[in-house]
Design a protein around this ligand. Structure first.
Ligand SMILES: Nc1nc2c(ncn2[C@@H]2O[C@H](COP(=O)(O)OP(=O)(O)OP(=O)(O)O)[C@@H](O)[C@H]2O)c(=O)[nH]1
Ligand SMILES: [Mg+2]
Length: 418
């Protein structure tokens, strides 16, 4: 009996030891599992960051992936060409229009002779109203273009209407090219090239000065960010033997519609990275993934300060990003979650600052229209939404640049594992 009791006790003790061991292992396992959520509004670069993590910490892309991405890239090219042609009609820009030939001073003289006139809303341009560029921006609503006249947009629309009246539109090689592009199907099968006549048509319209001017006004409609990078490289991308490089894959665009989980092992720790769709219709799928999140990377497209949302064609994208961040950052479930903001697309932000005033869209901005001041202003706007006063880290990123992202991700890992 005595022996029996001690055997039972020994068995119990052994069992308890086993449980302790299992618990310890479990604890260790959870400690070594980092759940990382990529959040942000649509087209801010979440999937691009995931692609970079795959390239830097994963196994990269195999031929099968590249063949699939080839289809994506060809579809992106057709989408861009069709979008530009539609925008030419909506904004009323004729082929061959060259903004450098517009005599703005002469237009202003003619205007003053004819009396104040604002025909922007009729001529297909955004904005309405009469305030001149030098006048105070009293009536500016944050995120909306201040009410000022754009004589070049007006001149473009006038010559478009003049051509329409003379019946001289719709003839010539550019119109033939446009017809070919309009008739081209959107999708391609695996291994199927874009037909040569369609490639030539896209190359022709892309070289046109009117189309280039229309491209510069891309904030007035929805155009994917890889447009110029792809249309400038048509010969290579549309070659029948083309296989996408890592950089082509990073530049390509597919809207995310299902939440994906990808696992990576970094220095012995398993990272489970969740990539979600950022468009409004996708956000209702997010909540079930909010449990036990260790860290959030919140993506902002810092170049989007003059752009409108894909979803409603009216809300400013930066305003949308700010509102969404306010709800994520102050969400009770994320009180203890490490929060890192990627102010992304800094390359496009730098380029945009050359032509577009931040204060035209964000009237509270009074600084110079340069990278340092502008980026600090937008970062501060996001940080000031933090109600819990928890630490939020900010990085300025160029998600399509592997070298830059590699450095940023190394710092992010340190933050998360701290
Ligand atoms: N030039 C440039 N392009 C970028 C950058 N980050 C992302 N892009 C491009 O922006 C487009 C949209 O990026 P995605 O990663 O698909 O955006 P997303 O946030 O996943 O979008 P949703 O899935 O709709 O939520 C792609 O064509 C990317 O190549 C950047 O820093 N610079
Ligand atoms: Mg995505």
């Amino acid at each position: 009996m005595g022996n029996c009791v001690s055997a039972e006790a020994a068995a119990a003790a052994a069992a308890s030891k086993e449980i302790d061991k299992a618990l310890k292992l479990e604890l260790k396992a959870t400690e070594q599992n980092i759940k990382l959520l990529l959040l942000g509004a649509g087209e801010t670069g979440k999937s691009t960051v995931l692609k970079q993590i795959k390239l830097i910490h994963g196994t990269g892309y195999v031929d099968e992936d590249r063949i699939a991405y080839r289809v994506t890239i060809l579809t992106n090219i057709i989408t861009c060409a069709k979008t530009l042609l539609n925008a030419m009609e909506v904004l009323k820009i004729p082929f061959g229009f060259d903004p450098s030939t517009v005599d703005v001073a002469q237009l202003q003289v003619l205007d003053s002779m004819a009396g104040a006139d604002d025909s922007r809303s009729e001529t297909g341009s955004v904005g309405e109203g009469e305030a001149g560029e030098d006048e105070p921006k009293k009536d500016v609503v944050e995120g909306q273009l201040s009410k000022h006249d754009d004589p070049i947009a007006r001149a473009a629309a006038q010559s478009y209407l003049d051509l329409l009246n003379t019946g001289e539109t719709q003839v010539g090689p550019l119109w033939d090219a446009a017809a070919i592009i309009h008739a081209s199907p959107m999708g391609f099968g695996i291994g199927e090239p874009i037909p040569k006549n369609v490639v030539d048509a896209i190359a022709l319209i892309w070289r046109d000065s009117g189309v280039q001017y229309c491209y510069r006004r891309a904030n007035e409609y929805q155009l994917i960010d890889c447009c110029a990078v792809f249309l400038n490289d048509l010969d290579r991308l549309c070659h029948p033997t083309f296989m996408p490089t890592d950089q082509d894959i990073l530049n390509s665009r597919v809207m995310t519609t299902t939440i994906s989980e990808t696992k990576f092992k970094i220095e012995g720790i398993i990272f489970r990275v969740f990539d979600v769709g950022g468009q409004r219709s996708e956000r209702k799928k997010w909540a079930p993934y909010f449990d036990d999140i260790n860290a959030i990377i919140y993506l902002v497209a810092i170049n989007s300060y003059d752009q409108i949302c894909f979803e409603d064609n009216s809300t400013n994208r930066m305003v949308e990003s700010l509102n969404l961040f306010a709800s994520i950052c102050n969400h009770p479930m994320f009180k203890k979650t490490a929060m890192i903001i990627f102010m992304n697309k800094i390359d496009l932000f730098r380029a945009k600052l050359e032509t577009t005033l931040i204060s035209d869209y964000f009237p509270t901005y009074e600084g110079p229209n340069d990278y340092d001041n502008g980026s600090e202003y937008f970062a501060t706007r996001f940080l000031s939404l933090n109600k819990y006063e928890k630490k939020i880290y900010v990085h300025f990123t160029w998600a399509t640049d592997t070298k830059q992202i590699k450095t940023v991700l190394a710092i992010v890992n340190q933050i998360i594992l701290r």
